[in-house]
Design a protein around this ligand. Structure first.
Ligand code: GLU
Length: 464
């Protein structure tokens, strides 16, 4: 069998969102799972709507998620000479013909067809046939080029998602593949690219399913066997509408900024339209081991941010502290905080209670800056009572005497103060937590204190 070749072919006309990037994830995974190649192609022929900023988000988002490509990015605008070359070749072979029908004539034709309750379609006026006399060529009109679609019969393919699809050729009129100025149209560029790039599997959104029979006919006319197609159902947003930038979908890179992990995103997106039994949480390696085109979902998938957070939390928990630390350091750097070698241990202590690296950075920040410790008035009133403050002061004094700042020494100091003041652990631990971390809910106190600097702890205990 020949090597698998898949592609992601985004149009950089808006910031790429989760629904779009899933159309990159599956072809990437299929190429990786089968030892094939994954090609990135930027479909930038819509000059008015395409932007470099949108290309940047595509490249950045894919790099962040680790969806590496083996070839490309190819830009369609740079391939114009090639499209024109294939057009010329098709013209020479009689596979296309010039059509001089004006826009006004086309409109009139459409109106007549609609009035007669017929599907609007080009009627073949300029299609050359044996023995047919074509109308006289109007002067000064640049023609479009139309593809001679086969007549009779049908186009059939076994879609990996939709199953067998059959479209009668009578439903397809002769597609315009070059505009009057000679520029190729969208469907034609896609066909030439898929042919030249040797694509074996086209995995894309099902908004393209109507293009497929036309693309297959053009490919066949060029002497190519069509690739395997998988048309993925839409991704809906939380309101059940088609996910799009217009209705508030976030650019993919925003999830990075909000503290989501690439592996968790891959896991979540993988499940948004594909399944491996009941497995919900899996690693990138497992996903690549399991991914196939036979378990793609047939119905639209709906984005659910709470679920994504849950998946992220599971990955966060499972991640090694050393691997997590640089990601949290990045989040801290955005806040102007420079982390140090304690960060991995801080991640280890707090990761179980966090669902993003942003939440983890919220905790870590408290070890580095006093500004991040802001107890609420309620917590102050409830926990910093006159009855307990002398014990807090005594603890500060006792901790000041410690020459080695570690968990056992700190635990012993706390114990001594509890005994001396006749208090139970929570009675002292709550006010201390409020003062040193800004909240009464923290992991075990000695562990928290051991990771903080002695000097900062003393200052905070004495700040009340
Ligand atoms: N450029 C198209 C899009 O962004 C995809 C075309 C294709 O995958 O064939 O929707």
């Amino acid at each position: 069998m020949s090597k698998t070749r898949t592609r992601f072919a985004p149009s950089p006309t808006g910031f790429i969102h989760l629904g779009n990037i899933r159309s990159a994830l599956y072809p990437w995974a299929f190429a990786r799972a089968t030892g094939g190649d994954f090609i990135l192609r930027i479909e930038d022929t819509d000059l008015e709507r395409s932007s470099q900023a949108a290309v940047d988000v595509i490249l950045e988002g894919m790099a962040w998620l680790g969806l590496t490509h083996d070839e490309g990015p190819f830009y369609q605008m740079q391939r114009m000479p090639r499209y024109k070359e294939v057009l010329a070749q098709m013209q020479a072979q009689g596979l296309v013909y010039p059509c001089y029908m004006s826009v006004a004539e086309l409109d009139a034709l459409r109106e007549r067809q609609m009035a007669a309750k017929l599907k609007p379609r080009y009627d073949g006026t300029w299609r050359p046939e044996e023995g047919k006399v074509l109308p006289p060529v109007p002067e000064g009109v640049q023609p479009v080029l139309r593809f001679r679609n086969p007549q009779g019969g049908s186009v059939v393919w076994d879609d990996k998602v939709k199953g067998r699809v059959e479209v009668s050729n009578d439903e397809l009129d002769d597609l315009v593949i070059a505009r009057p100025d000679g520029t190729p149209t969208y469907n034609f560029c896609v066909v030439v690219d898929d042919m030249d790039m040797g694509i074996t599997h086209v995995i894309r959104g099902d908004d393209h399913v109507n293009n497929t029979p036309r693309q297959i006919n053009i490919l066949r006319a060029l002497g190519q066997e069509p690739p395997v197609y998988a048309h993925l159902p839409t991704v809906l947003n939380e309101q059940g509408e088609k996910m799009s930038k217009r209705n508030g979908a976030k650019p993919v890179t925003q999830f990075r900024d909000e503290g989501f992990l690439p592996d968790a995103m891959v896991n979540y997106l993988a499940r948004l339209g594909w399944s491996h039994g009941d497995d919900e949480i899996f690693s990138r390696a497992q996903f690549l081991e399991w991914f196939d085109l036979d378990h793609l979902g047939r119905s639209a998938a709906q984005f659910d941010e709470a679920k994504l957070r849950w998946v992220n939390a599971q990955h966060l928990k499972a991640m090694a502290d050393d691997a997590l630390a640089p990601l949290v350091a990045e989040q801290l750097a955005r806040r102007g905080i420079q982390a140090d070698e304690r960060l991995a241990a801080i991640c280890g202590l707090f990761k179980d209670r966090c669902d993003t690296t942003v939440a983890l950075a919220d905790w870590a920040a408290r070890f580095y800056t006093d500004d991040a410790v802001q107890p609420s008035a309620e917590d102050r009133a409830q926990h910093l009572t006159p009855a307990v403050m002398p014990a807090v002061a005594a603890l500060a004094d006792r901790l000041e005497q410690l020459t080695s700042w570690d968990k056992p020494s700190i635990a012993a100091a706390i114990k001594e103060v509890l005994a001396a003041h006749g208090l139970k652990m929570p009675q002292l631990a709550m006010p201390v937590r409020v003062l040193v971390m800004g909240t009464p809910q923290t992991p075990s106190l000695d562990a928290v204190l051991a990771l903080a600097s002695q000097q900062k702890i003393l200052a905070r205990l004495r700040s009340a």
